[in-house]
Design a binder for this molecule. Structure first.
Ligand code: FAD
Length: 438
């Protein structure tokens, strides 16, 4: 046996061991061919990454990318092209088609459930784990990828039981598998657009008009990133301007100058994560310092990172670029002075808002769109309009009996992973109470 084989055999042995163990993960075989600066290509990569689907990325300009396109019978005019593990090419795929082809469930197996959970962040996953493990026929519906905001966090340091921190993707992937193990169905790439009440049934309608019904519903729809209003940003989204995509885009930022807008923990975590590979990271903060908006441990880490600089009292005035981001105009809030900087990458973390307009006319919300529940509905001592039961709404129950809310979407919620998970569990306890009495 030559030296090469001597090295090879232990490696093969390791592979065999891994294959035999339950941790075995197949070598990535989904291929994505697209343009570096294309919002659609960026969306597909982000969708696969956030759904933990291994893939390889090929630029349409490179020989292997061109070869894959030719094999798919494409000339590169319609991108991205995804080649699934069985060799099927999908041209400019919609998320729901892509999800189904890479093995994610997209359709419910039944018409009626005990519980529909809407949203697959920590609150929804918590609700699905407790609901399914306590015997409720449970389906969770997620419009994009399970994990929610937490799934996009590079390192959660304050979640109980993880003294060394945990990546949000790891934490929420485990939660997703745990929910599935207990028998919860998890539908991906399905957006809920309406909630209807039909007697005791609660009907949850999807964007394609189909629906699923249940005895009870937990709204766990969280919040979505606010968009930067500066001119140029909208056109360049996905082409240098990114919202919460720091984890997916980090490999492309190696050795580059990167800008991050925002002064809260999400911006701080992204700065730390990107600083490992980027040449420099500049944090643009509107406020006077980070201390009002960021945790002390993150501020310390940022101060100790030689390639991160913080520019306070600075905002993005305009984004410029032809096809992709090339420059930013920055404005000093106090002096009004503007300056142009070369920039190919800007990641925006400027807060978030609940997207709950689809609940209009059904579920009561506060002036910012957050869902009202329990004591907040009876603050004046009277039950909410239309409430017909003898009892007041339970703690996390909305103005529609049997419809509950958990996590960041709830008015005055704590906006933490732990509280979202806790509210998911508590909502399930209240679902049991509701079902016993109805
Ligand atoms: C980058 C980042 C870092 C963070 N770091 C920390 C940290 O270190 N510690 C901490 O405690 N907290 C942290 N947070 C906050 C924490 O992640 C959130 O408080 C938590 O994720 C809220 O969970 P949620 O389930 O209520 O909502 P979300 O996480 O927002 O999940 C809601 C889910 O619902 C889905 N959804 C929305 N509308 C619909 C619809 N109509 N149909 C179907 N699905 C829908 C969304 O796609 C999303 O997946 C961080 C947040 C970010 C963005």
């Amino acid at each position: 046996m030559g030296p090469a084989e001597e090295k090879l055999y232990p490696v093969l042995d390791d592979l065999l061991q891994a294959w035999r163990s339950s941790d075995y993960r197949p070598v990535p075989s989904t291929k994505v061919v697209g343009h570096r600066w294309s919002a659609r290509s960026s969306d597909v990569r982000e969708f696969l990454a956030r759904n933990q689907v291994p893939y390889r990325w090929y630029s349409a300009d490179e020989p292997e990318g061109r070869r894959l396109l030719a094999a798919a019978g494409e000339d590169g005019m319609r991108l991205p092209v995804v080649v699934t593990p069985d060799g099927t090419p999908l041209v400019e795929p919609e998320a729901v088609d892509l999800a189904a082809r890479v093995g994610l469930a997209t359709t419910p197996t039944a018409d009626f459930y005990d519980l529909v959970v809407i949203g697959g962040g920590p609150a929804g996953l918590g609700a699905a784990v407790y609901g399914a493990s306590e015997g409720l026929r449970t389906v969770l519906v997620e419009r994009s990828a399970t994990g929610g905001q937490a799934g996009q966090s590079s390192r959660i340091e304050n979640y109980l039981g993880f003294p060394d921190g945990v990546s949000g993707a790891q934490l929420t992937d485990r939660a997703r598998r745990q929910a599935a193990k207990f028998g919860a169905e998890i539908l991906t790439a399905r957006e809920v657009t309406a909630l209807e009440v039909n007697g005791a049934a609660r009907i949850v309608r999807f964007s394609d008009g189909s629906a699923v019904a249940a005895h009870s519903v937990i709204l766990a729809t969280g919040v979505s990133y606010r968009q930067l209003a500066a001119p140029g940003c909208e056109d360049l989204t996905g082409c240098g301007v990114f919202y919460g995509s720091a984890l997916t885009e980090a490999p492309s930022c190696q050795g580059q100058d990167v800008y991050i807008v925002g002064g809260a923990n999400s911006a701080g975590q992204a700065a730390m994560y990107l600083s490992r590979g980027a040449k420099s990271v500049t944090l643009l903060v509107r406020g006077e310092s980070l201390s009002a908006s960021m945790s002390h441990y993150l501020i310390q880490q940022i101060e100790e990172s030689p390639n991160i600089q913080v520019r306070t009292r600075t905002v993005v005035e305009e984004a410029h670029g032809d096809g992709h981001l090339e420059r930013l105009t920055l404005r000093d809030v106090d002096s009004g002075h503007t300056e142009q900087v070369d920039a190919q990458w800007v990641f925006v973390f400027i807060g978030a808002a609940p997207l709950t307009d689809w609940l209009d006319g059904t579920v009561l919300r506060d002036e910012r769109g957050f869902i009202l529940a329990g004591p907040d509905l009876t603050a004046d001592g009277r039950p909410p309009e239309g409430w017909e039961l003898d009892r007041p709404p339970y703690h996390l129950e909305t103005n529609v009996p049997g419809v509950f809310v958990a996590g960041d979407a709830r008015s005055e919620s704590a906006k933490r992973v732990a509280s979202a998970v806790g509210e998911g569990a508590m909502a399930v306890m209240l679902v049991h109470r509701y079902l016993e009495q109805s």
